[in-house]
Ligand binder design. Structure first.
Ligand code: 8X3
Length: 254
């Protein structure tokens, strides 16, 4: 059988990069998206050589609907039959209160985490429905389960990811397609550096005394959902470090 195709947004670092490595290791062909190509080119060279899979680089900003549509349109015929879409591109900027933060920064989060994810789903899923085969895996967050201090808008975007995942599952209930919402807790990636607007020390402090998850840990769970037998739909997975209990409560060793 032909190798399956996974399309990963935000694949140049963190959870997206972890997913690229995991799916390649399992023999899948990859379409990798991010805004900049340099890291994707490195990944492509490495994974093609290491696992003998094929990697197609598709750079665009998920916030730019026209760019995204043109990129998807440009996919060569043999890459169009996407089996799994991993809607991973997402970010958090700042830890401000809802009455104090920057509307411009919140727009970036809303446009990426909600509108970008929705646009990708809207563009990729019709082909899956036509082919009678496909799986959408959204990277949500523990932050979508309940708001926490300094997280208001980010938490709202991840609550939206939960609603969009549930809504899509409802809309696809009469099809063989599957929808999964993966909800990570603390994961140590560049994500946290962006949350603290580039302050590496603040980001390191966030994880001090706890062993956080890695992008590779999340990728294992994403792959678990993608490779489950066809009659099993992993609807949601909430996963966090052993010493984390909720979005706000974790035990940090001194
Ligand atoms: C981010 C996870 O625990 O920082 O999606 O809210 S957490």
């Amino acid at each position: 059988m032909e190798a399956k195709i996974v399309f990963i947004t935000g694949a140049s670092s963190g959870i997206g990069e972890g997913c690229a490595r995991k799916f390649a290791k399992e023999g899948w062909n990859l379409i990798l998206n991010a805004r900049t190509v340099s890291k994707l080119e490195e990944l492509k060279a490495e994974l093609e050589k290491m696992y003998g899979v094929r990697v197609y680089i598709l750079p665009f900003d998920v916030r730019d609907r026209k760019q995204a549509a043109a990129a998807l349109e440009s996919l060569p015929e043999e890459w169009k039959a996407i089996d799994v879409l991993v809607n991973n591109a997402g970010l958090v900027i700042g830890v401000d209160k809802e009455f104090e933060g920057s509307l411009d920064e919140w727009d970036i989060m809303i446009d990426t985490n909600i509108r970008g994810l929705l646009a990708m789903t809207r563009m990729v899923v019709p082909g899956m429905v036509e082919r009678g085969r496909g799986h959408v895996i959204n990277i949500g967050s523990i932050a979508g389960d309940a708001a926490y201090p300094g997280g208001s808008v980010y938490c709202a975007t991840k609550a939206a990811v939960k609603a969009l995942s549930d809504g899509l599952r409802i809309d696809l209930v009469d099809t063989p397609l599957r929808v999964t919402n993966i909800k990570p807790g603390m994961v140590e990636t560049n994500f946290t550096v962006v949350r603290y607007r580039g302050d590496k020390e603040a980001a390191d402090n966030f994880y001090k005394g706890i062993r956080p998850l890695t992008g590779d840990d999340i990728a294992e769970t994403v792959y678990f959902a993608a490779s489950a037998p066809e009659h099993i739909q992993i609807a949601e997975v909430l996963l966090m470090p052993t010493y984390q209990a909720t979005g706000t409560i974790s035990y940090k060793k001194k």
